[in-house]
Write a new protein. Structure first.
Length: 544
């Protein structure tokens, strides 16, 4: 209050002086304004004078309709020490608005409609001691706005609409540290902050950090799945591309920071393309709807993949997905069969050179008469469970019997139908499954007391994938959609459920796969009908 009273007094004295005195010298006073020896006042003006007599050191333009201050508007008035623009119609103060005012000490812009002030608006005002922006419509101020105000003694920001959010975090810190006296400033929002004093809000650092997914690369290849693998410090992706009848291998270019073509395994109706490293060799299993399924091996001399083995597909009719895993030191993979006429089949790696048997051989046939869609292997307390999802029944769980070395049917997951993908993940040590349903509700379920219970349902509109992934302690779930945006959900550590976080657009997404390289994190999304996309996971500082 005291500061405001003092400032008003300054203005009052000024006005009285002007009213009483006539200009004694024959100076050129702008029309519509009143000039005295050192002061000039324009009441009700619509513009700011372009030039003023040189001996004037205070300029007031009050109760007018001045709507903007343009850059350098006061450049021809270097002698000004006081500038008062109260009760006009200003809505913004832009960069370098006061350039050239190298002796300005008092600046009053009160009772206008200012809602925008740009970062360099007060640049160069090194002698300014008093600044008032009281009674405007300011919600946010840009960081370092007051950087040049080395001499500031008093600042009045009352009567504005400050939002006490991350964007104003810097202002709260600045208010705490400044040596200038500042009038009390209150938060106008958000609702939980309303009425609190901006000057002494404790904002813990880190609270204003969020993340985002930014488009990084789009790849003109339609793909069913994307499998990431690394070999000798290089990162590759194997894309199952049914429309171009191939399994496309791309390599991460560490200089260009994107994926470029590396090799192309051609086939017929390729639906799966899955890599694994075995005894320092990269192998890729390529499943096809027609023409059988094959394993390719990376030939370092030729720098390309060459055929290594044709696998038996006795009981496979319509391969849908593949899962590669290791149990008790042995390598297996499972081809999930989505036809009633076929059977999901487990293959085991065998290395018997004397018998001319080095490769994968069918080992166990599972689940007759069901249209399986996806499989996931989970290890709980040293036991291996295989979760097999199916369109024609609830997901079933097989348990690996360590004495017979076969999977035996163990249980099912009731009340979830028509599951198209199943993915396991852990949060804070607990095991969850993410089950995607095409239309209806996709589910997040949790392993409690040796069975799965529902945690959350996520409405799905054309979802073929519900993919969990984690970056920097943040757990996400990407729910793909054929009809709309893919929704990324973020785990909330307090409610222990996922909340909608962000939408990204991928046409007919089929997989989301994490790529971490060069200290950056990406998510690779395959698209069955459009371009495959790479999104970067970035941190965003919400404070301006
Ligand atoms: C300010 O301007 C308004 C109209 O624009 C007028 O009605 C009012 O009398 C003026 N006030 C002073 C003190 O000049
Ligand atoms: C405030 O004044 C003290 C003492 O003169 C000085 O050390 C400090 O840097 C000043 N702080 C700011 C933010 O100018
Ligand atoms: C892979 O090679 C086949 C045959 O040469 C070609 O038709 C197809 O377009 C290629 N795919 C890509 C993605 O380059
Ligand atoms: C699976 O394939 C094997 C090998 O051809 C065959 O002996 C067996 O009968 C098949 N099983 C079923 C259920 O079709
Ligand atoms: C192993 O298989 C290859 C190709 O099928 C054949 O040429 C070779 O004679 C076989 N060797 C033995 C020991 O059976
Ligand atoms: C594994 O199979 C053996 C032999 O059939 C059986 O006795 C045993 O109970 C099975 N173990 C489990 C955990 O089901």
């Amino acid at each position: 209050m005291a500061h405001a009273a003092r400032w008003s007094a300054v203005v009052f004295v000024l006005l009285c002086f002007l009213g009483a005195a006539e200009s004694r010298r024959n100076v050129k006073c702008p029309s519509g304004c009143t000039c005295s020896k050192e002061t000039l006042i324009c009441v009700g003006a619509s513009q700011i004078p372009r030039t003023i007599p040189t001996e004037i050191n205070s300029l007031s333009v009050v109760n007018g309709s001045v709507a903007e201050i343009t850059e350098g508007m006061f450049a021809l008035m270097p002698s000004l020490q006081l500038l008062l623009l109260n009760s006009n119609s200003l809505t913004a103060i832009k960069d370098d608005a006061f350039s050239g005012l190298s002796h300005l000490e008092y600046l009053f812009i009160e009772r206008n409609k200012i809602d925008t002030i740009t970062k360099n608006a007060f640049r160069g005002l090194r002698t300014l001691t008093h600044l008032s922006l009281a009674n405007n419509k300011i919600r946010f101020l840009p960081r370092d706005l007051f950087f040049d105000l080395d001499s500031l003694l008093e600042l009045d920001l009352r009567g504005n609409s400050f939002q006490c959010t991350c964007e104003n975090k810097w202002l709260m810190m600045w208010l705490k540290n400044t040596n200038a006296s500042v009038s009390d400033v209150f938060c106008a929002g958000p609702s939980d902050m309303k009425g609190k004093r901006l000057n002494d809000l404790p904002i813990p650092p880190g609270e204003c950090i969020s993340t985002d997914f930014v488009r990084h690369q789009s790849i003109p290849i339609q793909s069913m799945s994307a499998d990431i693998f690394s070999f000798k410090e290089d990162i590759f992706v194997a894309l199952a591309a049914p429309n171009s009848n191939s399994c496309v291998i791309m390599e991460w270019d560490h200089i260009e920071m994107n994926f470029r073509k590396f090799d192309n395994i051609t086939g017929k109706s390729v639906v799966g393309c899955k890599s694994f490293l075995i005894e320092n060799h990269v192998l890729i299993i390529v499943t096809q709807l027609f023409g059988g399924s094959h394993i390719y091996k990376f030939d370092e001399q030729q720098n390309k993949f060459t055929k290594f083995q044709t696998i038996e597909v006795f009981n496979i009719s319509k391969p849908n997905d593949m899962e590669v895993f290791q149990m008790d030191g042995n390598w297996y993979f499972l081809i999930v069969d989505s036809s009633k006429a076929g059977m999901s089949t487990l293959y085991k790696w065998t290395d018997l050179p004397d018998r001319n048997e080095t490769g994968f051989y069918s080992y166990q046939f599972l689940h007759e008469w069901f249209r399986d869609t996806d499989a996931e292997i989970v290890e709980v307390d040293g036991k291996f469970y295989l979760v097999l999802a199916s369109r024609s029944q609830s997901p079933v769980i097989y348990l690996w019997n360590k004495s017979t070395l076969k999977f035996i049917l163990h249980s099912d997951i009731p009340n979830v139908d028509d599951v198209v993908s199943v993915k396991a993940f852990r949060v804070e040590g607990e095991l969850f499954l993410a089950l995607a349903c095409y239309i209806g509700d996709s589910k997040v379920i949790k392993w409690v007391n040796k069975q799965f219970t529902e945690v959350q349902a996520l409405p799905s509109r054309g979802a073929m994938i519900l993919q969990p992934f984690t970056f920097a302690d943040r757990h996400y779930l990407a729910l793909g959609s054929d009809y709309s945006f893919t929704q990324i959900h973020l785990w909330d550590t307090e409610t222990k459920t996922f909340h909608k976080f962000k939408d990204i657009y991928v046409q007919s997404p089929r997989s989301f796969t994490v790529v971490t390289t060069d200290r950056r994190s990406f998510i690779f999304s395959s698209s069955l009908k459009g371009k495959s996309m790479v999104f970067e996971h970035v941190f965003v500082d919400l404070s301006l």
